[in-house]
Design a protein around this ligand. Structure first.
Ligand code: ATR
Length: 294
């Protein structure tokens, strides 16, 4: 798996090397995305995939950097371990307790988390408003932890984190309460069936892994109004089941998370290469690929 990558240090390649590390990574779109960014910005680099066994993650990362590798993207299930491995961590990675971007500076492994920036950049691109808006997030896993701080920075009127396992959501928001300047916390949490959810929200984000796992997602039916924005962090060639439900509730603005994937990658690229690639054309290309491969 990693042999070609570690053979490159023997001097066979002069290109800067990057990779995505996860388990599995065979279907990761990151190599394609970063090759596209490199071409667009006229930079020479290689970007591969690493899929270490669970007990070899830390060694794999250290070997990669010890052998001259420049940067890594980290995906499931290693984001928390990547954060713990790093010697220098950004504030974003710290609040997320997870890292998706690693690089080396002064011989030390540094970490950042660009997932939240990816989401807010995509919202920006799609004109999804956050400031002064009520936001409902479904799910309370790592994906939510990574995006809460960037969302709070944009001063929504309220964020409600609703999860199938209520205690997990309540525990999660403890790290984020008090981030607004009013003294009253604008962030709340509860069960996905909490009676406080019997009304509509301006923006509803599905951050559960139900779509990926192909499972049904149960949630209260009053959360949508026709003016709501529905966003699914997952993406598929066709509408995700969550977005299908939003559409059935007459929601007019609904989007999946393909743009978030692209924007978080653009932020990683910016950290590594000190320039932010354009993402418009790639959005069209990846959407087309998704449809063609379905
Ligand atoms: P990630 O890092 O992608 O967020 P995770 O940490 O495994 O993944 O979290 C998955 C989230 O999706 C959890 O909030 C989970 O709810 P529980 O905490 O109750 O397990 C939620 N989830 C997964 N499948 C779901 C389903 N079918 N219905 C509702 N929520 C679901």
């Amino acid at each position: 798996m990693a042999s070609r990558w570690f053979a490159v240090e023997a001097g066979l390649s002069v290109m800067d090397r990057y990779a995505v590390v996860g388990q599995p990574v065979a279907h990761s779109r990151s190599p394609y995305i970063h090759a596209y960014f490199a071409k667009q910005t006229e930079q020479q680099l290689e970007y591969g995939r690493l899929a270490p066994h669970s007990d070899q993650f830390e060694q794999c990362v250290k070997d990669f950097f010890n052998n001259g590798g420049k940067g890594l993207n980290i995906t499931l299930p290693f984001k928390e371990r990547a954060y713990l491995l790093a010697k220098q961590v950004s504030a974003r990675a710290k609040t997320a307790h997870a890292a998706n971007t690693l690089w080396i500076e002064d011989g030390q492994i540094c970490a950042d988390n660009t997932d939240g920036l990816g989401l807010t950049a995509d919202f920006n691109y799609l004109n999804i408003p956050i400031t002064k808006k009520s936001i409902l997030i479904l799910g309370a896993g790592g994906a939510v932890r990574g995006v809460l701080a960037p969302l709070l920075e944009q001063s929504p009127s309220e964020i409600f984190v609703a999860n199938r396992t209520a205690t997990k959501a309540i525990e999660l928001i403890k790290d984020f309460q008090g981030e607004n300047n009013t003294g009253n916390s604008i962030i709340h949490a509860g069960s996905i069936m909490d009676p406080r959810l019997s009304r509509s929200f301006d923006v509803i984000i599905n951050a559960t892994s139900a779509t990926i796992k192909g499972e049904a997602l149960i949630f209260p039916q009053n959360i949508f109004s026709s003016n709501s924005y529905a966003y699914d962090m997952s993406y598929k060639a066709e509408l995700t089941p969550f977005l299908e439900q939003a559409r059935m509730h007459k929601v007019q603005h609904y989007f999946d998370g393909l743009g978030m994937l692209i924007e978080q990658a653009a932020e990683s690229f910016r950290i590594w290469r000190h320039c932010r690639p354009k993402t418009d054309e790639l959005r069209i290309l990846l959407r087309q690929q998704l449809i063609n491969n379905s």
